[in-house]
Design a protein around this ligand. Structure first.
Ligand code: BGC
Length: 468
């Protein structure tokens, strides 16, 4: 007899329970993304007040911005050491604890040295969690929703940045930068509490030879395909036992490493963080000098970043990764060139048509970034590698990303003085064009394939190429 309409069948209930757990895992892990966005973005509005409080010039200010990035480099290296050893889940919990300490220490810092060290600590937490969170989600998510769920991590980064901008605005009337910084404690506490009771990644259990534990998790997150998933994971593990660093650069894995590292280089060297960290400065240069106009223009960047990332979530498993990369990179090349041209025409005085073009071009640049280079490097760093090398490989790719971020953020203000805004943005546009070539020739489409299928395809192709 058929079930009455609207009444849930047993299977539906199983399914919604499973979906609920997977969504909970993705949301909690992605809180690490919110902290990443908050703690990197918060500095844009706080910087001038910190500069005044500690009497800092451009170099001192750049150091306050960059210390968090240097910490993230260290954090990615720490992730490399711990993620296979203690697991994805416990690495995330460890990062949550460091987030709490770093947030409190930065808000109470008595001097600029202490502030730089506290921000370095926050960076370590960001670096660890930016490897652990996407990997944790990737290894638990079903193939058909993997892109969307990992992009959720990026969505939380963008929400974190937006919250940071609004938070800065709220405390800006009397320059209370310490209050701006302390807000980050709240999501860190929620992350720590939220991780309690969540399961470890089944693929990590398999890596450790704990098949029974892996099976228990699969029964919760993918109950209809336990046997096939177990078999597939076992095959993946047999092929690639936990590997040393040297094995990681072996010829069969090299193409995957080149793609993951390359995507992070392009993500950073197209200059997204000049806008994310220094947006008030760019808008001030475009004539939006009067305090709150520049800040609201900055908030608008945060809003567009969030909205366009929602677009990426809707599209990434449907149209695939490569079409989004083509559209995003082409759009970024055009909008970066438009910023370069309009800044040449800007008089720096009252707002002209060229200044309005700058604003629209900055919005377009952020939107095109958010549908493509925002989420995809994080996703691919977690999905391209065999499980035995996944932790180390993803850490290397993100280390390179953080170094790129550090380089761009640290050199931006100096470059503006040295070669001017126009040449600076033209050079970012050139990187976007190179990025298109890179994607065309080297990046595979991973939409809808299981992690094991992706590895097999990649390794088979590399082996075939080696034979030639
Ligand atoms: C990048 C960050 C950037 C953010 C902007 C992330 O994917 O790694 O460097 O600030 O996107 O949304």
């Amino acid at each position: 007899m058929s079930e009455p309409r609207g009444k849930k069948t047993h299977d539906d209930m199983w399914d919604s329970g499973t979906q609920g757990l997977i969504t909970r895992i993705a949301v909690v892990a992605a809180l690490a993304g919110l902290l990443f966005g908050f703690d990197t973005g918060v500095i844009s509005g706080a910087l001038d007040y910190i500069g005044d409080a500690f009497n800092l010039g451009d170099i001192g200010k750049s150091a306050v911005v960059s210390s968090v990035l240097l910490g993230a480099v260290v954090g990615s290296l720490v992730a490399m050491a711990i993620i296979d050893r203690i697991g994805r889940r416990r690495s995330l919990i460890a990062s949550g604890a460091v987030f709490i300490v770093g947030s409190i220490a930065s808000a109470v810092a008595p001097g600029v040295g202490a502030l730089d060290i506290a921000r370095l600590l926050l960076g370590v937490a960001i670096g660890i969690s930016a490897v652990a969170a996407p990997m944790y989600i990737t290894e638990i998510a079903p193939a058909a929703r993997r892109g969307q769920l990992v992009s959720f991590f990026q969505l939380m980064i963008t929400i974190g940045i937006l919250v940071a901008y609004v938070n800065d605005e709220a405390f800006s009337s009397n320059g209370q930068w310490r209050w701006m910084l302390i807000t980050g404690v709240a999501p860190a506490i929620v992350l720590l509490i939220g991780m309690r009771g969540l399961p470890e990644s089944p693929r990590w259990f398999m890596l450790k030879g704990r098949d029974a534990d892996a099976r228990k998790v699969l029964e919760k997150v993918n109950p209809t395909e336990v046997e096939s998933e177990m078999a597939e994971m076992r095959r993946g593990i047999d092929e690639e036992k936990s590997a040393s660093f040297r094995e990681l650069v072996q010829p069969v894995l090299r193409p995957a490493l080149i793609v993951a590292v390359g995507l992070f280089i392009i993500q950073q060297f197209t200059g997204i963080n000049t806008v994310i960290y220094y947006a008030p400065r760019i808008f001030k240069d475009a004539g939006f000098g009067a305090g709150s106009a520049a800040i609201w223009a900055t908030v608008s960047v945060g809003v567009i970043n969030v909205l366009a990332t929602l677009g990426a979530l809707a599209l990434i498993d449907r149209v695939g990764r490569k079409p989004l990369l083509y559209t995003g990179l082409a759009g970024m090349a055009v909008s970066l060139s438009a910023i370069a041209v309009s800044s040449m025409l800007s008089s720096g005085g009252t707002i002209t048509a060229a200044d309005l073009v700058t604003v629209v071009a900055v919005w377009a640049f952020v939107a095109f970034f958010a549908i493509s280079l925002g989420p995809i490097p994080w996703l691919m760093a977690s999905e391209l590698f065999p499980v035995g090398v996944r932790g180390k490989a993803a850490s290397i790719a993100t280390v390179v990303g953080w170094l790129g971020n550090l380089f761009i953020s640290f050199t931006f203000l100096g470059l503006l003085d040295l070669i001017g805004e126009s040449a600076t943005f033209f050079s970012y546009a050139a990187v976007a064009v190179l990025g298109l070539v890179f994607v065309w020739f080297l990046v595979p489409e991973t939409k809808g394939r299981t992690l094991e299928e992706i590895e097999e395809g990649f390794i088979a192709r590399a082996k075939a190429r080696l034979k030639d």
